[in-house]
Design a protein around this ligand. Structure first.
Ligand SMILES: NC(=O)c1ccc[n+]([C@@H]2O[C@H](COP(=O)([O-])OP(=O)(O)OC[C@H]3O[C@@H](n4cnc5c(N)ncnc54)[C@H](O)[C@@H]3O)[C@@H](O)[C@H]2O)c1
Length: 452
């Protein structure tokens, strides 16, 4: 969905967003942006639920946000709980209370304002719903849930409670993504008509191996009765929950969710169908496909758009992870990794000298011409597109702006960039990728597939 042409350029964009990506500048339907009531207390009392790898990444960003007091940490792993409490103590020089069980935490802790949930996907919905029902604001990691009904329950709980619920699609608050959408695609319309999208997350075999559940140091082992109580069969499942069907949606939801979210966000519409193919091409014993390719089709006000997405766990070919928006006049390739981003103007499209002069883009030096080769087929080739770069100044720690946006909203000073309803709108089609690949059939979406 194209937005009215904006008159602000990159410099004023940066100064407006510098105060927090949460200033509500992001484009989207107003009904999916929510703000907390103003007048929240100065210090925000926070509980951290799930202090594994991502819990620690989020905590390292949270430490940079002023006015937060970490009151409680909850984790079923005694090792991770101790580690998390230690991190809090070092940071704020006072202890947080530790809990293995979220119900006990919610029953005991008084005065909490917000909870940050970074547990495995199958716990997101129960944890988020409990916290919202307890009157707390929630930041919950993506994917919303391992089931679409779990995700629906989160939207219902958010709306019933009137509390804030931000989902951890952190690109929604990333200044580079917001600049590309607001200024280049919708503002200056540099792509012309976007007709195709390509996206991928390709991960090398070496990075995709199981992290093992045997031969562990005794201190890191979670007792079996505790594992079973919280839905894990054994330590292998506990450590590799992403590969199990009942605990996660597999690579397409774990990795693909970040990027398929961008397709719908940038286009402003939901897809009308998906057709997917997946297989256990290398990791034969895994419950989830190790490689998935899929095509979404969108009906936008500008015309039909086809979006190809692949998540491969057996190769890092093609440069890792990025999304590429291919229009009649330009292509914008964007990624959380700045060096994977690039902009190309098509031969014959209007020149961009005025955009370079005004600071929207910078020229990229043309690569050296290759020497003439015997197999040259210039007669059939398109003239190579001209390369440009984004201006600098957009790099921030990946998760920080999204967390800043959440806490600004808790203070009543911003609207959420990705509340649960907004996240559901873009996540819903992802739940249908595995079923399409399993049945080897396209799925044409009806309101039942995509509605809350
Ligand atoms: N936004 C991103 O870029 C990003 C990146 C990585 C992970 N994630 C998300 O973060 C979440 C956590 O991923 P991770 O890699 O840290 O996994 P992890 O296995 O390293 O950590 C999960 C933690 O949750 C704890 N836990 C499990 N069940 C619990 C329960 N019932 N109650 C309390 N604690 C419980 C575990 O003991 C562990 O400490 C996932 O949803 C994942 O998709 C998001």
């Amino acid at each position: 969905m194209n937005q009215p042409q904006s008159s602000i350029n990159r410099r004023s964009f940066l100064s407006k967003t510098a105060a927090g990506a949460g200033a509500g500048l992001v484009l989207g339907a107003p009904n999916i942006l929510r703000a907390a009531e103003p007048g929240a207390a100065d210090t925000i009392h926070v509980a951290l639920v799930g202090f594994g790898k991502q819990g620690e990444v989020l905590f390292n960003c949270l430490k940079n946000i002023p006015g937060l007091h970490f009151q409680a940490v909850c984790d079923i792993s005694p090792f991770n709980l101790k580690w998390g409490m230690g991190q809090v103590r070092v940071h704020q020089r006072s202890s947080a209370k530790g809990y293995a069980d979220i119900d006990e935490m919610l029953a005991t802790e008084k005065g909490l304002d917000a909870v940050v949930v970074a547990t495995p996907d199958f716990w997101h919905s129960p944890h988020t719903v409990k916290c919202l029902e307890a009157g707390l604001n929630v930041y919950c990691e993506k994917m919303m849930s391992n089931t679409i009904d779990g995700a629906r329950a989160m939207v219902h709980a958010m709306e019933k409670s009137g509390k804030l619920c931000q989902i951890g699609h952190q690109r929604r608050s990333n200044p580079r993504y917001r600049y590309v959408l607001d200024q280049l695609i919708n503002g200056q319309k540099i792509c012309g008509q976007i007709v195709n999208i390509n996206g991928q997350w390709n991960r090398s075999l070496g990075s995709s191996q199981d992290i093992g559940g045997e031969k562990l140091h005794a201190s890191t082992i979670v007792p079996t009765d505790v594992l079973n109580k919280y839905g894990f069969k054994d330590m292998h499942q506990f450590r590799n929950w992403r590969t199990y069907r009942d605990l996660s949606g597999g690579p397409i939801s774990d990795l693909g969710a970040h990027q398929i979210d961008i397709f719908s966000w940038f286009l402003g519409v939901a897809p009308k169908s998906v057709y997917a193919s997946g297989g256990n091409d290398y990791f034969k014993e895994r419950e989830h496909f190790d490689n998935v390719m899929c095509i979404f089709e969108y009906d936008t006000p500008q015309g039909n758009v086809r979006a190809f997405y692949q998540v491969l766990t057996t190769t890092s070919a093609g440069g890792g992870f990025w999304e590429s928006f291919m229009g009649t006049e330009a292509t914008i390739k964007i990624s959380e990794i700045a060096s994977s981003s690039a902009i190309y103007r098509e031969d014959g499209a209007p020149k961009w000298n005025h955009l370079v002069q005004k600071g929207y883009l910078i020229n990229k030096p043309a690569p050296p011409k290759p020497p003439p080769s015997a197999d040259a087929v210039q007669a059939y080739e398109s003239k190579p597109p001209e390369g440009f770069d984004l201006p600098g100044g957009f790099n921030k720690p990946a998760h920080q702006p999204h967390l800043e946006n959440f806490f600004a909203a808790v203070r009543g000073k911003a609207k959420l960039n990705c509340d649960a309803r907004h996240a559901f709108e873009s996540e819903a089609p992802i739940y249908w990728v595995n079923p399409s690949a399993l049945s080897k059939q396209p799925i044409i979406f009806t309101p039942e597939h995509l509605s809350v």
